[in-house]
Design a protein around this ligand. Structure first.
Ligand SMILES: Cc1cc2nc3c(=O)[nH]c(=O)nc-3n(C[C@H](O)[C@H](O)[C@H](O)COP(=O)(O)OP(=O)(O)OC[C@H]3O[C@@H](n4cnc5c(N)ncnc54)[C@H](O)[C@@H]3O)c2cc1C
Length: 289
């Protein structure tokens, strides 16, 4: 799985399946899901792998790689609502909206991962979140049933989406967008991409912010870790980025176990020094000892 995650860690999946777009369109991917459900074989849905730490022991069962299910599925409402297949990369969707002079997705420019994963996570940046822009979602239930719903903003909260408590696969995601001057759209997108570059997001393998922010702490988690003197602190090749307290990087040959141990160490230090509980934002998945 190291080949399929932005952290570049993780052992093998028992079975890794990447259906093609044709497989998604002719129902073959749905048949696979139904069969797995019937045989009680666990299925892990993989988006862009940008928020994951997969165990060194790997993942039991099937990993269903969504990246074949990508591209613009259709447009509606005078072409202002764009529906993307969930495996589309975030940047692919952002660029497509910009090409059509449609504003609303600029805040996501430069964020790694897929549209489905971003929705599942209710990804947020630059004061906006997925819940602000999604209008309709098509899901594929474990028994192969297609479900269409319009999620309400109240069903989402900080890094939480209603999809985290259902077993369905996110198939398509629609965004209701606004006509906007493409130069203004491009300007914002470039601003965000440059800002991420300047913040060192792409310098080393990582999964973005390691911990959630918490208003009750009174300051961003990165600042707290920085003030504890832990910027640059490392266990094996897992390291707190020397330039940002809330990014853990793989500086070369980190194992998933090193990242996990570093996360636990940071939690212990914050608890001991300040009495606070840091909550990981990155997801630990797979077969942990
Ligand atoms: C450099 C960097 C910067 C980042 N910056 C940000 C940021 O600013 N804001 C932010 O919120 N995050 C950020 N992240 C984290 C990451 O980009 C987001 O969490 C992203 O939305 C994850 O999407 P993904 O497709 O990679 O999901 P994955 O990591 O593949 O999966 C995440 C979860 O979603 C589920 N999932 C994925 N696709 C589907 C689907 N189609 N149907 C059902 N479930 C699905 C998976 O099973 C898993 O539980 C950053 C990461 C990196 C590496």
């Amino acid at each position: 799985m190291a080949a399929h995650t932005t952290f570049k860690v993780g052992g093998p999946a028992d079975l890794w399946v990447k259906p093609s777009l044709e497989d998604w369109q002719n129902g073959a991917a749905g048949i696979l899901l139904e069969a797995a459900h019937r045989e009680r074989i666990p299925v892990f849905v993989l988006g862009g792998g940008a928020n994951l730490v997969v165990s060194d022991q790997g993942i039991r069962g099937i990993v269903l790689d969504m990246s074949g299910n990508s591209g613009l599925a259709h447009t509606s409402k005078g072409s202002q609502t764009l529906t993307f297949r969930a495996g589309s990369s975030v940047d692919e969707a952002v660029d497509e909206a910009a090409r059509r002079d449609l504003g609303g997705l600029e805040f996501l420019a430069g964020m790694p991962g897929s549209i489905g994963g971003a929705l599942w996570m209710n990804a947020r940046c630059y004061d906006r979140e997925m819940a602000d822009v999604v209008s309709q979602v098509e899901l594929l239930g474990a028994e192969g049933k297609l479900i269409s719903l319009a999620p309400k903003k109240e069903e989402f909260s900080y890094k939480k989406s209603p999809f985290q408590t259902r077993d369905d696969l996110i198939l398509n995601v629609s965004f209701a967008l606004d006509k906007k001057d493409s130069l203004l759209i491009q300007k914002k997108m470039t601003e965000h991409r440059n800002d991420r570059e300047a913040k060192g997001h792409y310098r080393f393998p990582s999964a973005g912010s390691a911990f959630k922010n918490n208003r009750a702490f009174g300051k961003p988690t990165g600042k707290i870790i920085d003030e504890l003197g832990l910027k640059g602190f490392a266990l094996g090749d897992a390291q707190v980025a020397p330039w940002h307290g809330n990014i853990i990087i793989n500086r070369g040959k980190a194992r998933a176990a090193d990242i996990r141990a570093l996360v636990t160490e940071l939690q212990d230090r914050a608890k001991a020094a300040l009495g606070i509980d840091l909550e990981p934002e990155i997801l630990f998945t797979g077969d942990w000892p």
